[in-house]
Design a protein around this ligand. Structure first.
Ligand code: AFP
Length: 333
């Protein structure tokens, strides 16, 4: 392929902006900085297995700097790259309790970024795929650093959402209202190149993904839905179980091949385990944009009005027919 035929994420973003006149370019710059942070995190993830050998958290590297654990490194990479982009009014990270204003000497922008720097951190030590998830809203306050109410907006109001999956290759998937695109990092030239455009999730899929270790405390509805996926109701609709334990990786597989990921409320997590603002809502935005669906077992995730930054929610996400099937089972229909 000729170099001129390669579509880098930067080129794609600029072309999209030209197509949609009236854009100021601010969102494009923000996405660019998120992609940049994704590349920095990907580099750290590749060396993560060496952190224990070369110096774990609490030790110093050769420059005399503190060597940090991956989630701290990833959190700082995003805060630093995006916080100084001039496009941000406020940020929310899974790793920080409160809203994060831009640094004092940085320009304040009109967007709100909510993110999970490392999703699936228990998989880091065993070299299994992990990810970064992000959600972008437009601020609702007028000026100055953003406030809590800028952060507590329903998912339906997102202007863009995406994730970076650090697997055998590093893949950035995002949606900004014009379909879902995937870019794969070409490590030798350091560019994210367009690898799939306009991803559509099949209406029903072959996989179901749930932590069956928690089945003892599921409600009857979830139990019935999972039994049906295993074929209790006959051969039709029988699914195969796949559960990685990194939401991004489980979601990505089901996005491409179809299927449903479930994390219901249970005895350990009575409000569900996953976080609404920077896990469930951004993935729900992508799922809907790709023709899929996402619910909390009853209502669309994107319609939930958040009341807390780190609010949890049950999550059923993936192929539309499969999500609706689970919702019906949960409501007892
Ligand atoms: P960690 O980041 O603590 O590993 O949690 C990952 C996660 O939030 C999500 O990525 C997984 O889908 C889910 O939790 C797995 O949870 P269980 O280990 O309870 O199945």
């Amino acid at each position: 392929m000729r170099t001129s035929e390669l579509v880098t994420i930067e080129r794609f973003i600029i072309d999209q902006e030209r197509l949609h006149g009236g854009a100021t370019g601010e969102l494009s710059t923000l996405l660019y900085y998120i992609a940049l942070a994704g590349k920095v995190i990907a580099r750290e993830v590749r060396a993560a297995g060496l952190l224990g050998i070369l110096g774990s958290a609490g030790r110093q590297n050769v420059q005399g700097e503190e060597q940090q654990k991956l989630d701290v490194i990833a959190n700082d990479a995003i805060k630093d790259a995006v916080g100084r982009s001039g496009r941000i009014a406020v940020m929310v990270s899974e790793e920080d309790e409160g809203p994060i204003p831009p640094p004092r000497d940085a320009q304040v922008g009109k967007y709100v970024l909510l993110y999970d720097p490392v999703d699936g951190s228990s998989n880091i030590d065993v070299n299994v795929s992990i990810g970064t998830i992000f959600s972008i809203h437009r601020r609702v306050t007028r000026d100055g650093p953003g406030e809590l109410k800028d952060c507590l907006q329903p998912g339906r109001k997102q202007v863009a959402a995406g994730y970076v999956l650090y697997g055998p290759s590093t893949i950035l998937v995002y949606a900004a209202g014009h379909g879902v695109q995937a870019f794969t990092l070409e490590p030798n030239i350091g560019e994210f190149l367009l690898s799939r455009s306009d991803i559509r999730v099949p209406r029903t899929g072959r996989y179901y993904s749930i932590n069956e270790g928690n089945s003892g405390s599921w409600s009857n509805g979830y139990r019935k839905a999972v039994e049906a996926f295993k074929g209790a109701a006959g051969k039709d609709g029988v699914k195969t179980a796949r559960y990685i334990g990194s939401l991004v990786a489980d979601f990505h597989r089901n996005l491409l091949h179809g299927g449903v990921f479930l994390y219901p409320a249970d005895a350990k997590s009575p409000r569900g385990k996953l976080r609404l603002l920077y896990e469930a809502a951004p993935l729900a935005f992508i799922a809907e944009e790709a023709g899929g669906a996402a619910s909390d077992g009853k209502d669309a995730i994107l319609d939930i009005v958040p009341t807390e930054l780190h609010q949890r929610t049950p999550l059923v996400i993936g192929s539309k027919d499969d999500v609706e099937f689970v919702d019906r089972a949960v409501s007892g229909a």
